[in-house]
Design a protein around this ligand. Structure first.
Ligand SMILES: [Ca+2]
Length: 185
């Protein structure tokens, strides 16, 4: 009887894992990428930065295609800026929604005794701030910004990193930034 119960329990766990994985696959399928910021970086205007480039740096050991954006070494110069102009956002079809999706994180590095304080990640759309977060972890943090207020418009999108009090190890990453529609399979 005991071994029979173990067999039944194992079967339910196995079935649960299968169903869970199927849901993950379905969730992935729902996302349709409309604009990839890494691919189109040559279209963007880059200002006031120590270094901005597309990269595959690690964050908590996990690599993602990313935009590396280091603010100026001299914090008095203000934030680094990367502006994509004239992006045409479609009107979503019934049952769909538009989002700007990405991960933020600081690239892996041994900081030692430094006073590294991270950066403030900022996104503006047509000069309106739609995202702002101070962050210093070497760990991906997923973000999802609803673009419903901008659907059907031609927009300028600016990614900014502010050094805060110092620029030590301000190895800021925008992981896989992209505009997507979600909702339909
Ligand atoms: Ca900093």
């Amino acid at each position: 009887m005991f071994s029979k119960n173990i067999f039944i329990c194992s079967w339910f766990v196995f079935a649960g894992i299968i169903l869970f994985n199927q849901e993950l696959v379905a969730a992935e399928k729902k996302e349709k990428i409309l604009y990839d910021f890494c691919t189109n970086i040559n279209q963007a205007k880059c200002e006031n930065t120590a270094d901005t480039s597309v990269t595959w740096k690690r964050c908590s050991g996990k690599m993602k295609e990313s935009i590396f954006q280091h603010p100026p070494i001299d914090v008095g110069k203000g934030p680094a800026k990367l502006t994509y102009s004239g992006i045409e956002l479609p009107l979503p079809e019934k049952g769909e929604k538009l989002f700007l999706k990405l991960n933020i994180g600081m690239a892996d590095a041994r900081w030692g005794k430094t006073e590294a304080d991270g950066v403030c990640f900022i996104i503006k759309i047509n000069d309106k701030e739609v995202f702002s977060k101070k962050y210093r972890k070497q760990k991906w943090c997923e973000q999802k910004i609803d673009l419903k207020d901008f659907a059907g418009q031609k927009v300028d999108i600016t990614f900014m990193t502010d050094a805060l009090k110092n620029s030590d190890y301000d190895w800021a990453l925008w992981g896989k930034p992209r505009i997507v529609s979600e909702g339909k399979k």
